[in-house]
Design a protein around this ligand. Structure first.
Ligand code: IMP
Length: 530
């Protein structure tokens, strides 16, 4: 049965009177600014299954992602581990800039040189330690593994300390005695890995049943990495699950990094410093640079983007943040490929309270999307995403979303884990919090270095905690499942279809209550094994 044969024009007219297309909806709801929880999407005729949905997007003509999710350039969210995990899942990580230039470039190099499945900097121990020292390190740093390569002070591989001997009863045994010696451990030369390292490791484990670790060494027997059987098995599973990593033309994982529009002591844009910084990132084959500030519609950010565009014509430049059509037009004219939209929606953000400034996020995205369409730039919804439904709503207007808080509990974030009342937490803080600004991010908020000007300006972010969740893969899988489901309801197999199909309705507080589970006692499902 064809939809067009049975649905009358009267029904279609009624639907469009109640469930509005994007322009009618946002313009008719003025003068109010709306955010994710103010709005719900109407279902549309669908002949697709959620599994058919593709989430491909691009941030420029050169930078393509298979997942429209970016991890925030925050020092409690994105360093190399998070960026690797994001790219492996098809998205992008923006390495934060509370680093020295050298450190940030090194983080980017880690992502660009990452060989999936190869642990390139395994945690090692030295032969003079005792097994007891190793046990204490495992407990302190909460390692979930207890096999360690043993190396000398020059990095030469000496043997493997394996889990059966890392036990309380061997506490007083020296590592040099407890380890399996070099001659008994399986190794492979770095150059034997060729251009398909996973294939080489997979072949090895298939041919050596019962062996779980393969060490990689260079010609001088220096340790270069470690493959584990469980990682290789997981990768094979992922390949079957059709996750498509985001890679550049040379098959390396994609990576982005944030830079700030720094100033000289006289207050001018520090051109030399910025160009030197970005040139170093470009020499590591960075895929995108984000000029990240709280207020992107400013002289300084405009000058920074113009200068970077002139110096690096092929580089994908992201700039922001803005919430107005003028702001989009300004940054597009300066040469940005994608503009970050969001002022005040972030979970750790106090800009609206402190400065009284900011726009509810969906309205900001609407305004930005109309201007972006005219100027041919992409927009990225930055901040305030708390659940997969918010991602669906954001993607009806934006090309991608940036998540901070949603990823801040994941294992791949930097920083220490804190235990409070038996629960584990990760630190999560705004880049405009005093502590983060003290560590370097003051320029993002238009301030000079905090150490120079201590206490003279107000923080626009808080320090917080997020309960530790699992791996990024799992968090993203949950998000993707929700987004695919949303797009299935709207009959939208691709993101451009989602934008075309979106019809909105405003909801009230009662509607919001109805959207959550209500009038029941929730039971958390437990797995029953028989
Ligand atoms: P979330 O995903 O809601 O946690 O928001 C993350 C976003 O908040 C980031 O990508 C930034 O755009 C923004 N942000 C980060 N730090 C601060 C801050 O200190 N104040 C205001 N906004 C911030």
């Amino acid at each position: 049965m064809e939809q067009s044969e049975v649905v009358s024009s009267l029904s279609s007219a009624l639907d469009s009177q109640v469930y509005k297309d994007v322009d009618s909806f946002f313009l008719e709801n003025l003068p109010y600014g709306l955010t994710y929880d103010d709005v719900s999407l109407a279902t549309r005729y669908s002949d697709i299954l959620p599994g058919d949905v593709r989430l491909d997007t691009s941030l420029s003509d050169r930078l393509h992602l298979s997942l429209p999710i970016i991890s925030a350039d925050m020092d409690t969210v994105t360093e190399s581990q998070m960026a690797i995990a994001m790219a492996l899942n098809g998205g992008l990580g923006l390495i934060h800039y509370n680093f020295s230039r050298r450190e940030q470039v090194k983080e980017v190099a880690r992502v660009k040189n990452h060989i999936h499945g190869l642990i390139q900097e395994p945690i090692t121990v030295t032969p003079d330690l005792y097994v007891g020292d190793v046990l204490d390190m495992i407990a302190k740093r909460r390692f979930s593994f207890c096999t360690f390569p043993v190396v000398d002070d020059k990095g030469i591989f000496l043997g493997l300390l394996s889990s059966p001997v890392v036990r309380e009863r061997y506490r007083s045994t020296e590592v040099r005695v407890a380890m399996t010696s070099r001659s008994e451990v399986f190794t492979i030369q770095e150059e034997e890995l060729g251009d398909n390292p996973i294939g080489a490791a997979d072949r090895f484990f298939t041919e050596h049943m019962g062996i779980h670790k393969l060490l990689v060494v260079d010609r001088d027997d220096r340790l270069r990495g470690l493959f584990t059987l469980s990682d290789i098995e997981r990768i094979n599973e992922e390949a079957r699950a059709t996750v498509r990593p985001a890679r550049d033309v040379d098959f390396r994982l994609v990576c982005g990094a944030a830079v700030s529009a720094t100033r000289t002591v006289s207050g001018d844009l520090d051109k030399e410093n910025m160009i030197g910084h970005v040139a170093a990132l470009v020499s590591e084959r960075i895929d995108a640079v984000a000029v990240s500030t709280a207020h992107g519609y400013t002289l300084g950010v405009g000058q920074a983007v113009t200068m970077l565009r002139q110096e690096f014509p092929d580089l994908t430049i992201i700039a922001g943040n803005v919430t107005t059509a003028e702001g989009i037009e300004f940054l597009a004219a300066a040469g940005a490929n994608a503009v970050k939209v969001g002022q005040g929606p972030g979970s750790i953000c106090t800009t609206r309270i402190v400065a009284g400034v900011g726009i509810p996020q969906l309205t900001a995205l609407y305004v930005a999307s109309r201007a972006a369409a005219k100027r041919g730039v992409r927009i990225i919804a930055d901040g305030g995403i708390a659940k997969s439904g918010d991602v669906v709503k954001a993607l009806t207007l934006a090309d991608a979303v940036i998540c901070g808080g949603l990823l801040a509990g994941c294992r791949e974030t930097p920083g220490n884990i804190i235990e409070i009342d038996g629960k584990l937490y990760n630190q999560y803080r705004g880049m405009g919090s005093l502590e983060a600004m003290r560590d370097g991010s003051a320029a993002r908020y238009g301030h000079p270095s905090v150490s120079q000007e201590k206490g003279k300006f107000a923080a626009e972010g808080i320090e917080a905690l997020k309960e530790v969740s699992g791996r990024v893969d799992n968090t993203l899988a949950q998000l993707v499942g929700g987004v695919q489901s949303g797009m299935g309801y709207l009959g939208a197999p691709t993101l451009p279809d989602l934008r075309r199909q979106a019809r909105y309705i405003r909801i009230t507080a009662a509607g919001q209550r109805e959207a959550l589970p209500h009038d029941v006692v929730e039971v958390k499902a437990t797995q029953v094994s028989r």
